[in-house]
Design a protein around this ligand. Structure first.
Ligand SMILES: *Cc1c(COP(=O)(O)O)cnc(C)c1O
Length: 717
């Protein structure tokens, strides 16, 4: 089978294993490995946006030879390689130590997007990054998980903003030669692994494999020669095209994914559908059981007993729904192959109180999963309320849907200088005490000036990054002068810097701050206590309203009366996200309650000591303690925008800005730094991917692998 390290050209003997390191995304959350690449050539490292494969391909051979002769660097390289090899064995991990009897189990995790690293652009936002963080935490903990997704060769779209603020999309196709993925071939070397029927034709599906530490992720691909030209484009781009295209992608993901795992002889003990895009994984297994002779009821039970479904959507309108005709056009008369009447099949996807002509992916997933959960406490509640109709004899509080609050992968999102600070204050082995909540209490004793200085260093780095990016765009004549200002070149170190970076879905209200532009302007351009705002994010290409919100924010970034204190950074992805969450002073998160299932960017900021200002939605409804940031109280839904904006200004004017500028004689804002420490402690204790995955293991994966009956009765509505 092809090996990912073959992607990397010949390297000097002494450091040849760098190719092995670069070909497993494990390097991206290993400090030592990250530092190796940077030390080899920091300019090229920056230019390749931390793409380790491309970096080694482009590195100067003479420099590599020089590095191979540097004893200190070679020692560190050897340590990193040994650590990677050890990680692949899963020896000594949390899961192995506690559940040795499950060492040979496999949990399959299906998701339409995976956000593992910016060099593999097959994600659009929070859902994908969460899936990526889930896999990384599984690798750290030794949880035997296998990911299944799609390889979108055109990725998600790249964003350009016209001078008038309108978002345009462009494509930057993935070049598989610079991404640590390898084609999966059958023993005869053929890329045609499985077949599925769609649109009355046979569709051949191939796959690529990627490694996040010990976790393999299989990415399905329909761009194979034998396929009909139309079918080749099915896996081309994430979340694009109309509902028919989306349905086909989900069909490939679910059915193709199950067949691929069978083909590879991977014996799966627990099946996790992450969001309704993966529902066909459950349906395909239902079909398998029926084909093997099970009755419908028995097949449903068997699928339910070993399946978990996680929903991420808090509003009814946000779920995937397809018409019967669309389903039939994509999947054919699939009920026939399942030996059931058409009506019975469509009853699986009926949403209580909804249009009976529609197949509801979430309803079907809940019916076919013995375990279902939302992704924050509030979202769990909302989900029980939305789906109460599936259990008409129960009231909402007794609906058997629970929650596991999302978390973020610490080693991915915490900046190196913050980790070094923790080394110095908590001891170099703090990373191995993460499960002890009291170890996080010691964050509260970190010296104020030390933490503040680390933060200032990161802020400086962000402003440098923004300036260099502007320089590049100026040189390549991508931007006219006004766009340099909107791109942030007038941002300064002294101002309180507020960050907002997420998809421009309208419920996230990127423009809430601008509701009263005059009041905002007074806040921003105050020469003694200046405030600046940095925005980034993509609107879905079909979301005209989202694009209008973006345009409105952009117009303030260009408005001279705001003196360059509002910036919009183009093309938000994980690389930019890192820089922002690690470096701004305050994170802003103002979704319209209760539309944000969880939200994770604020957690990433918090582990770097960046407090959040937000509405009490998603994770913040349970994460806000009164000390780790600021909260906008809940307002009646019909006046939420007006009241929330009012609270936002009042908090900034009355409390946040004064606290930020209240300095001791060393220039340290003591009260502010206390909030920073509290933010870190709270997020470290309660909102890491590590503790999230431990909960999935204890509450879902283990009961399933142990053959327990699901706790709740099946839906009867
Ligand atoms: C973490 C992350 C998000 C999630 O943002 P929220 O709005 O806080 O959920 C979106 N996009 C990218 C690139 C991310 O890294």
């Amino acid at each position: 089978m092809a090996q990912a390290e073959d992607l990397v050209p010949h390297l000097p003997e002494r450091i040849a294993g760098l190719g092995i390191i670069a070909s497993n995304l494990w390097w991206s959350w290993n400090r030592e490995a990250r530092r190796l690449f940077r030390d080899i050539d920091d300019i090229l490292w920056h230019q390749t946006r931390h793409n380790a494969v491309e970096f080694l391909q482009r590195a100067d051979p003479a420099r590599l030879v020089e590095c191979a002769g540097n004893a200190q660097l070679v020692t560190r390289y050897e340590r990193a390689l040994a650590e990677l090899r050890h990680a692949l064995t899963r020896e000594g991990t949390w899961f192995r130590a506690r559940y040795p009897e499950q060492a040979r189990a496999t949990i399959a995790y299906f998701c339409a997007e995976f956000g593992l690293h910016n060099s593999v652009p097959i994600y659009s936002g929070g859902l994908g990054v969460l899936a990526g963080d889930h896999c990384k935490a599984c690798s750290d903990l030794g949880v035997p998980l296998v990911g299944v997704g799609l390889l979108y060769q055109l990725g998600y779209f790249d964003q350009r903003i016209r001078p008038d603020g309108w978002q345009e999309s462009s494509d930057d196709p993935i070049n598989p030669a610079t991404v640590p993925i390898v084609p999966v071939l059958d023993p005869s070397g053929s890329p045609y692994l499985v077949e599925i029927l769609t649109g009355g034709r046979t569709l051949h599906v191939g796959a690529w494999r990627l490694h996040a530490g010990s976790i393999p992720i299989y990415l399905l691909d329909t761009n194979l020669e034998k396929n009909h030209p139309e079918d080749r484009t099915v896996s081309q781009r994430l979340y694009s095209g109309g509902p028919e295209m989306r349905l086909r992608q989900e069909w490939v993901l679910g059915v193709g994914g199950v067949r691929l795992l069978r083909r590879l002889d991977i014996s799966v003990g627990a099946w996790h559908a992450n969001e309704g895009h993966a529902t066909f994984m459950l349906i395909e297994r239902l079909r398998e059981h029926i084909a093997q002779g099970a009755s419908f009821a028995d097949a449903v039970n068997r699928v339910r007993n070993v399946s978990i479904f996680t929903t991420h959507t808090p509003v009814a309108a946000g779920h995937d729904v397809f018409s019967r005709d669309q389903i039939q056009a994509c999947a054919g008369p699939l009920w026939e192959s399942m030996g059931m009447p058409r009506e019975q099949f469509f009853r699986l996807g009926r949403s209580p109180g909804g249009d009976p002509g529609q197949f509801h992916m979430t309803a079907a997933a809940i019916r076919l999963s013995g375990y279902a959960n939302g992704v924050s406490s509030l979202h769990g509640e909302e989900t029980r309320r939305i789906w109460q109709g599936l259990w008409p004899k129960r009231d909402a509080s007794n609906v058997p849907i629970r929650h596991v609050t999302n978390g973020v992968h610490l080693a991915t999102w915490m900046a190196n200088p913050v980790m070094e600070l923790l080394d110095a204050h908590l001891g170099p082995d703090w990373g191995s005490c993460l499960d002890d909540p009291t170890s996080w209490d010691r964050v509260l004793t970190i010296d104020e000036a030390a933490l503040w200085n680390v933060h200032l260093g990161l802020k400086q780095r962000l402003l440098g990054y923004i300036r260099e990016d502007a320089r590049r765009r100026w040189r390549s004549q991508e931007h006219e002068p006004g766009q340099l200002v909107s791109g942030g070149i007038l941002l300064g170190m002294g101002a309180l810097t507020i960050g907002f970076a997420r998809r421009f879905a309208t419920y996230k209200r990127a423009d809430l701050m601008f509701r009263d532009p005059d009041r905002l302007r007074r806040l921003l351009v105050n020469p003694r206590r200046p405030v600046q705002l940095i925005f980034a994010g993509k609107a879905h290409p079909a979301d005209e309203q989202g694009k209008r919100v973006l345009q409105r924010v952009f117009s303030f970034a260009r408005d001279p009366s705001f003196e360059g204190r509002v910036a919009f950074l183009e093309d938000h992805e994980m690389h930019l996200e890192h820089r922002l969450v690690q470096s701004v002073d305050l994170w802003l998160n103002v979704p319209r309650v209760p539309m944000e299932a969880s939200g994770t960017s604020g957690m990433k900021a918090a582990i770097n000591g960046v407090p959040q200002l937000g509405t009490l939605d998603g994770w913040w409804a349970e994460g806000f303690t009164g000390w780790n940031g600021w909260a906008i109280p809940r307002s009646p839904a019909d006046r939420a925008d007006e009241l929330d904006a009012g609270h936002l200004y009042t908090l900034l004017e009355g409390e946040i800005v004064p606290m930020f500028f209240d300095r001791d004689d060393r220039g340290v804002p003591l009260n502010w730094v206390e909030r920073m420490r509290q933010a870190m402690r709270e997020a470290g204790q309660r909102f890491t991917a590590r503790s999230m995955v431990q909960r999935y293991v204890r509450e879902y994966y283990l009961p399933i692998l142990g053959g327990e009956e699901p706790p709740g009765d099946p839906p009867d509505g």
